[in-house]
Design a protein around this ligand. Sequence first.
Ligand code: GLU
Length: 501
Amino acid sequence: MSKQVRVRFAPSPTGPLHIGGVRTALFNYLFAKKHNGVFYLRIEDTDQTRFVPGAETYIMEALEWLGIAPEETVGKNEKFGPYRQSERKDLYQQYADQLINSGWAYYAFDTPEALDAHRKQHEAEGKTFIYNHTNREKLDTSLVISADEVSKRIDNGEHYVIRFKTPVDETLHLKDIIRGDVKFETNLLDDKVLFKSDGMPTYHLANIVDDHLMETSHVIRGEEWLPSMPLHVLLYKAFGWEAPEFAHLPLILKPIGNGKLSKRDGDKMGFPVFPLEWKTEESVSSGYREKGFFPEAVVNFLALLGWNDGTDKELFSLEELAQSFDLNRVHKAGAKFDPEKNKWFNHQYLVKQNDADLAKTFSPILEEKGIDVSKYDLTRIVSLIKERANFVSEFWDLTDFFFQPPSSYDEKASKNWKDETPTLMQELISVLENIEDFTSANIETIVKDWLTKNEIGMGKVMQPFRLSLVGALKGPHLFDIVEIIGKEETISRIQKAISSL
Ligand code: GLU
């Protein structure tokens, strides 16, 4: 690649970032890193009607959280700034004029009412109205009225739009890095609006002008933009600019059934589709961060939605991803979203975390339950159970018995409490009382010796013992629990079980 790689993520701040948008940002980031290029963020806010306050901050915060912050953006290395299109407003008119002057665009004065009438008339004839080469010369455009008349109407403050004059009878053979050759017939395209008399460009014009001015080398974006590619390539041609290379990423599909992953799928199946929580006056949508996902896990599973390195390898750090990433290995077909796999990734990262860090994250959860955490070796407790958890939020259910005696006994497990059990448990108490070095391995040796010497079956003691301490037949190695809760508490729980079971 000879040119410097400069890629961008160009969201419109119309709400929280969907996970598909996050993946687009990630693939741009990875591509930039792989080629020692620049990843920048441009805010495409020309459509003021769809502007949502807070969305821009949300997008920036989400990228920061994921560790894929842009190198250039609003307020940061504004080499080609401003990076917010609304602040570039004055820049676009000259480009729209340029296209008018070169004959690549024309003024259209049709009022919304007139367009509506055309639409209705077409419908009545069983046709669909498309603003294109078949009718642009029959409509209210600068293609059919004199230049003087056009100037007069504009000076009079009449509303107009500038439309692209799509060439006729051309077959465009375009190259997409992921899809290979893609063919478009220009006759099937409509003459898109590029600019409006309120002085605002539309997405298409602003996007092309900015990609050019900001020296974008590759446009990597979602598949939903593929239909815009012919217009965009034609716009580059009209301006006489070199077009960037294009790569349209596959859709992220629903876990079950067909179609694009939606927020509704997430709500139904209990997983977030947004990186961070998003609150409005009406509702709260959950986010990966608030659900307890590690950003590294989110990055890792998103990277594998539509891409792999050609091997079975699934666990990649961000650095490894940046080294291995290759747009040529991105699939064309949509990538099914698998919520279970999601959790699996989080589990992998949870297990890799340092126990002391996990204990720190767990601590406030315990404090909220009124537990004095200073009395416990949380790091050790966490180390015993983390293999069984996908999230730190699951730690409480896996550890509650370390902090409090069971409040009830699992019914099914209680069937292991037989007639002879109370006597055996009394004997066990005496054995425990005499142990000086109350550490897991030592307690285990002494208890097992006692069982062997007296020819008592293991299960006869171990299951009721666990039931007494935990309230169920679950939890980590029993003698670790015994050591951690201590002699006094162990004995008191056995006594309580004897009296209640
Ligand atoms: N503003 C567009 C969006 O919201 C950008 C599309 C593109 O990357 O060209 O996704």
